[in-house]
Design a protein around this ligand. Structure first.
Ligand code: HEC
Ligand code: HEC
Length: 235
């Protein structure tokens, strides 16, 4: 997996990643953005176009072959929080978690100001929906599970909830969703005692079997395409 990721990286990126072990400049000298990179009134000094786009795609839609998820439309508070976790070593710390380590290396090149700026920009990008479930997926059982185990924090529409610090789910790639649930379960994510909110997901994921994870990922795909879990809620 590691070598696959590396061979897939654009050259500019390996330079960027390679520089991470060296002293980090306080404020990386990104050039001004091309005019078309600006979105609405959000300040854009080109960090997204020059750093994030190579892995997450020009519209933040993600690139499956680089294991990078769709981030377009993630709320700014969530993106900022996760970037701070990567920086602080609460996420992407496990030596076998290659995708997490890659994102951690990138986070270390960003100043606090750039993190806030890029998070605001990402929030303005139109979300890409999680892929629909394949034919024959057990949506009914997935719905029941989601309604009674996940919905209270991720909401009935899978959009997450700032007060619980819970992420939106319905824009994430299927392979990424599965990998994160596995990461929580194995303690590659959320296990640090300082990761209060990640810890909640570790507790939840610890109770999930592989088959349940697959079913939940299928269901999140259905949710992204209009399914309503509320009727499956146990009274
Ligand atoms: C070297 C490729 C690469 C670059 C460049 C990169 N990312 Fe990532 N990013 C990844 C990968 C891979 C993951 C998945 C990490 C994991 O599996 O835990 C990720 C994950 C994330 C996440 C977590 C998403 C979630 O739902 O929790 C956020 C937020 C993010 N990246 C934002 C950014 C931003 C903003 C930039 C630009 C400053 C950026 N990334 C640049 C590869 C990259
Ligand atoms: C007690 C509240 C709570 C419950 C219940 C809960 N979650 Fe979460 N979930 C969270 C929080 C908080 C986060 C963000 C954790 C972090 O920062 O790592 C999260 C993150 C996630 C992520 C990672 C998203 C990303 O962008 O990387 C996935 C996937 C996820 N949850 C799926 C589920 C599923 C599926 C269930 C039901 C089986 C569930 N969650 C139940 C609170 C909850």
């Amino acid at each position: 997996m590691g070598s696959m990721l590396h061979s897939g990286l654009p050259v500019a990126l390996s330079v960027l990643l390679g520089s991470c072990s060296a002293e980090r400049p306080a404020d990386p000298p990104f050039a001004r953005p091309p005019a078309e990179a600006s979105l609405g009134s959000v300040r854009d000094t080109g960090v997204f176009a020059q750093v994030c786009a190579s892995c997450h795609g020009p519209g933040g839609e993600g690139r499956e072959e680089l294991f990078s998820p769709s981030i377009a439309g993630l709320p700014a508070w969530y993106t900022e929080e996760q970037l701070r976790k990567f920086r602080g070593g609460l996420r992407g710390f496990h030596r076998e978690d290659i995708p997490g380590q890659q994102m951690r290396a990138v986070s270390l090149t960003l100043s606090q100001e750039q993190i806030s700026e890029v998070a605001a920009l990402v929030a303005e990008m139109p979300m890409v929906s999680t892929g629909a479930p394949p034919d024959g997926a057990d949506i009914e059982r997935g719905r029941f599970h989601f309604a009674n185990t996940c919905m209270e924090c991720h909401r009935y529409n899978g959009m997450g909830e700032v007060v619980f610090h819970s992420a939106p789910l319905i824009s994430l790639n299927r392979s990424y969703l599965k990998r994160q649930l596995m990461n929580y379960r194995s303690g590659w994510r959320g296990a640090d005692p300082g990761d209060l909110y990640g810890h909640k997901m570790v507790g939840i994921a610890a109770r999930l079997s592989d088959a349940e994870i697959d079913r939940l990922v299928d269901y999140i795909g259905a949710l992204a395409h209009g399914d309503d879990p509320r009727r499956a809620r146990e009274k």
